[in-house]
Structures are given as structure tokens and as C-alpha cells.
Design a protein around this ligand. Sequence first.
Ligand SMILES: Cc1cc2nc3c(=O)[nH]c(=O)nc-3n(C[C@H](O)[C@H](O)[C@H](O)COP(=O)(O)OP(=O)(O)OC[C@H]3O[C@@H](n4cnc5c(N)ncnc54)[C@H](O)[C@@H]3O)c2cc1C
Length: 364
Amino acid sequence: MSEHIALTSAERASAPVVAETVIIGAGPCGLFQIFELGLLGISAHIIDSLAQPGGQCTELYPDKPIYDIPALPVCGAQELIDRLLEQAKPFHATFHLGQEVTELTPLPDGKFEIATVLGTRLIAGAVVIAAGVGSFQPRRLALPGIEAFEGKSVHYRVRSASDYHGRDLLICGGGDSALDWTVALAEKARSLTLVHRRSEFRAAPATVARMRELVAAGKMQHIEGQVVALHGETGRLDHAVVQSNNGETTFNVPAEQCLVFYGLHPKLGPVAEWGLALERKALRVDTEKFQTSVPGIFAIGDINTYPGKKKLILSGFHEAALTAFAIQHHLFPEKRQFLQYTTTSPIMQKRLGLAPADAPVVTE
Ligand SMILES: Cc1cc2nc3c(=O)[nH]c(=O)nc-3n(C[C@H](O)[C@H](O)[C@H](O)COP(=O)(O)OP(=O)(O)OC[C@H]3O[C@@H](n4cnc5c(N)ncnc54)[C@H](O)[C@@H]3O)c2cc1C
């Protein structure tokens, strides 16, 4: 995966970042938008609520093959994302990951202010919403009073593995994340219990086999069942009650910390609250610019709708190309627009980092 420029918390707390454009959503369409803007000499900041770029491809079906990407007879979904990141690399977009955009506000001077849950603020001349089916949220542990524990002793992602060293740890789930962290932490935690409601796991067979070895070696325990209660005070977990699948046995499991990996589900969420015209939970756009009901705010990929819309990656790629031209016109209305080919355009090749160092400076 490509390297990204990530902002520190100190940068987040300071004044708003001034950006030419902001892309909300780092799925395949948002990533291709970086490239199309970059070709036209326009820089981008890109924000995603997930900790890594890739949208549905990375989150929902990374290992599945895709057969309808032009000129790639077959391409793994994660491979497609890696290729898009590689292609966008020359344009040095700034990635703000792991933070949902909550606010998008038009400013009196025609620019936009974008704010995220982590307090990052950006001012941009144009915004592209590439939010797909919405921002992915973790499925929560559905227990009464869970809110008191969330963020203190119940977590849906690992921020720092060392937080769990030497602790009584409960891990819930049966997918790759649950099994990977179980195997990684079993010998670091004071005790580790994995709870999954089925006997089959949806994780790599080698990781499941390693988990079973750790159980056999007495390094952890695995219970087939579900968590029915958490006990502790002021958000500090003490133990969990786990019920076996047949309901006949209950276990008191020591647990100071609990990691829940029940997968993610998309939520349209804040996008619906920004005052943009919606049609059946999608943003209505025109098919010339893919502009929403607010000039300067564009929408591409699965989040938009127009007559004949097909939610396919290649539709989003086409939309990203036309949106880039529309944004160029929005930001620089005086500029004459003309189509250039990457094959023959010296300025585009320079932007792509391909032109030889001694090539004459080319301007549009
Ligand atoms: C199992 C499966 C197989 C598929 N196979 C194919 C196929 O073969 N060919 C094909 O063309 N398509 C396929 N698709 C559809 C394809 O994956 C989507 O069309 C594509 O992912 C849409 O890309 P996108 O960039 O618009 O949105 P997404 O991939 O959904 O990415 C949107 C991103 O925006 C982020 N986001 C949303 N709201 C916010 C917010 N407020 N703040 C911050 N971030 C936000 C999300 O976290 C997400 O990462 C498949 C889909 C699935 C589920």
C-alpha cells in the first residue's frame, strides 16, 4: 500500500487547513478523483472514517476478484485499491483517515468548511463527496448499558496493542480481525477469552488453527456462545457473563478490556444533513459536472444518483474525470479549458513526475 501524508493531532488542533479541494470518502472513486484532479494540476485532501483507504473494496470484499475494470480482465478488490493508490501517488494528496466528516458548511466567500469528529477543520474551494453507501460504522455490542463501557473498556478497534498487555481481555467475533488480534494478544494479555457464537470462523484457516493451538496450550480459552452481560463500575469492566449456545451454561469471564469485532455497516449519516438535494438516500447530481444542488459541491460514485445511474466502479471513474474538469472551471473560471492526452501532454507528464529534469518548463 502507498505511503500517505497523515496529520498529527497537534496539526488537527490548530487553525483550519486550507485546501484546494477536499474529497470525502477514500473508496475507489475518491482515490481516482485524486488522480483526475492531479492531472489538471489541482491538489486534494481526502478524508475517510475508516482507518485505511479502499471503501467497500477493502472493507467488504478485499480478496474477491473483480472482472469489469477496463483492461484488467481480473483484479482483486484490494489489488485495485493498491493500484489506484499507486496511480495517485505523484499528486501527494493528504489523507485524513479514521475520522468521519460531520459538517460541511458553505462560507460567504463561496468556499466550504469541512469538520470531522476528531476536530480536523479544512477550508476548501470545492468539495467532492465520494461517500459510497455511507461511512462504515462498527456493529456494536447490543447490551443494555453498553454506552457506559464504550471507549473506556469496550472497544471496536485497536488503537494501541500495548493497551491490552497484562490485562484480562475478552475478544468477541469470528472474522479475520477477531482471530488476528486473538493470536497477536494471547501471549501478551494476562488472560484471553475469545467468544464466538458459531463453531465455524470467517477467518484465514491458518489463524484459526493457531488459535486452537493456543487453546490447547492453555494460553487462552474459546467459548462458543455470546456475551449476555457486562459487570463493572463507572465504565471500568470487571467481568463478563457469557452464555453457551444451548443456553445451559453460563461463564463468568474475567475481563478488564473487551474488543468487539462484529464487522462494519454503512450509515449515510451526516451526508443527509448537509442540506443537499437527496433522492432515495443518494445525492442528486447533473450528468455534465456531477454537481449537487449546491454549486461547488460535487458527488461521484455510489453516493450519487441521476437518470440511468449504475452503481459500478467504472461509472464512478468516468464521473471523477468529468468532475475534475468541472472543479477546474469552478476554481478558475477565467482559465481556458482544453483536453490533453497523458500520452502527449508535456505538462501532464511533468505532473506525473515523468518529464526529464532538463525538460523546458511548460505552462498551460
Ligand atoms: C461484494 C461486492 C462486490 C462488488 N463487486 C463489484 C464489481 O465486480 N464491479 C463493480 O464495478 N462494482 C462492484 N461492487 C460495487 C463497488 O464496490 C462500489 O460501486 C464501489 O465501492 C463504490 O465506490 P465509492 O468510492 O463510490 O464508495 P465506497 O467504496 O463505498 O467508499 C466510500 C467511502 O466513503 C467513506 N465515507 C462515507 N461517508 C463518510 C463521511 N461522512 N466521512 C468520512 N468518510 C465517509 C466510507 O467510509 C467509505 O470508505 C461490489 C460491491 C460489493 C459489496
